[in-house]
Design a protein around this ligand. Structure first.
Ligand code: NAD
Length: 364
């Protein structure tokens, strides 16, 4: 294990800086306990970068991210920039950095912790114990295929090409297998092979890659069936791997099983161990600056970074356990509180996680 990591920290807009501050403090505590130095260097992205640098993704931020071992991102966007033209919109910075860093695999866990069961809109017996991951291909498929718009005999025509090559499919399927291998060794590959040619190639490549992972059980499911099963019996899933558009939809659907956007972490991985880690939620302009945002999604993103980019599995588990312990003890920010009058703030929640981490850590 390395002893010094460079982490590019991009807080972004809205609640971004507030939640990031707590996440970085957790990371520094992990560093102290593990004898590892995390050099956290801040960069601008999104609205703040538009205001300061005239672009949502300054060159300096791209350089900073490329020189780092991993990137931690808060959130971007806000009403101030909503009317801007495309190239001056905060989300353009987000899409830009994903492209610059070659992030092709999006990892979205949906874990239903028992103490938060009441936050879900589904019945407790259906969601309690849900612990699954959606692995989504992020740089290919219909979102990136050729687009056309032209006039035809029956009015305007629009085309979006869904295109995948074997190499693109293979690398994302391998990510799915590698993650499944570290968990319950069950991988469901989701496609629409009864209709789409790109899905038939997807299935063929998945079968071929499976021969390299005899310890992992591979099954195939059609996307419509998967969507139904996710709400009917979500506990059957461990790791789902799928293409870009199906993954976009299924990862949001899976995330909402847990019912709490302030708890959801995500990772976007490039080749090798490099990755960008961020909460699933946005910049929450409605509560920005009030000190009430839930920092747990960002703290859980730190745990994902420790596990997936920095090979610090034990430290990742310790951070996750600290978060679950704090929730079990009944502490809640407003977004997940049953009784809003008892809700705690961002800084307090961050401090509780660090206190818990200090308590349960076995010094080496
Ligand atoms: P949002 O996720 O920011 O907020 C939705 C609701 O959830 C709001 O009521 C908000 O207060 C609440 N919420 C979100 N995160 C929370 C947290 N950590 N703690 C407590 N409550 C939380 O989504 P939105 O309102 O649709 O978008 C707001 C802005 O964020 C927009 O400009 C949008 O473009 C941007 N956005 C950015 C990202 C990103 O940076 N990855 C993702 C989604 C939306």
């Amino acid at each position: 294990m390395k002893k010094n990591y460079r982490i590019a920290v991009l807080p972004g807009d809205g609640i971004g800086p507030e939640i990031m501050q707590e996440a970085v403090k957790v990371l520094q505590l992990v560093g102290e306990r593990e004898g590892v130095t995390f050099t956290c260097e801040e960069g601008r992205i999104g609205g703040i970068a538009i205001d300061t640098d005239g672009t949502p993704l300054p060159e300096a931020t791209v350089k900073l991210a490329k020189q780092a071992d991993a990137v931690l991102l808060g959130a971007v966007g806000g009403p101030k920039w909503d009317q801007n033209p495309g190239h001056l919109r905060p989300e353009t910075g987000l899409l830009g950095i994903r492209k610059e860093l070659g992030l092709f695999a999006n990892i979205r866990p949906a874990t239903m912790h028992s103490s938060l069961v009441e936050a879900s809109t589904l019945k407790p017996e259906v969601v309690s114990g849900v612990d699954l991951i959606v692995v989504r291909e992020l740089t290919g498929g219909i979102y990136f295929g050729e687009k056309k718009r032209y006039d035809g005999p029956n009015g305007e025509v629009a085309e979006d090409l869904c295109i995948y090559n074997e190499a693109e499919i293979e690398r994302i399927i391998r990510v799915g297998f590698e993650i499944a291998r570290k968990r319950k060794k069950r991988l469901v590959s989701v496609d629409k092979a009864n209709v789409l040619e790109s899905s038939r190639l997807w299935r063929k490549v998945a079968e071929r890659v499976a021969t390299d992972y005899p310890d992992v059980e591979l099954s195939h499911q059609l996307v419509d069936s998967c969507a139904m099963q996710l709400v009917r019996a979500p506990k059957q899933f461990d790791v789902i791997v799928t293409e870009n558009m199906f993954g976009d939809i299924l990862s949001d659907q899976a995330a909402m099983l847990t019912g709490s956007i302030g708890m959801l972490a995500s990772a976007s991985l490039a080749a090798g161990s490099f990755g960008l880690y961020e909460p699933v939620h946005g910049s929450a302009p409605d509560i920005a600056g009030k000190g009430i945002a839930n920092p747990l999604a960002t703290i859980l993103s730190v745990a994902m970074m420790l596990r997936l980019s920095l090979d610090m599995d034990e430290a990742a588990a310790a951070v996750e356990n600290a978060v679950w312990s704090v929730l079990e003890a009944g502490h809640r920010t407003g977004d997940i509180a049953r009784d809003p009058s008892k809700a705690i703030g961002t800084v307090e929640m961050g401090q509780l996680v660090r206190d818990e981490l200090s308590k349960q850590w076995q010094p080496k």
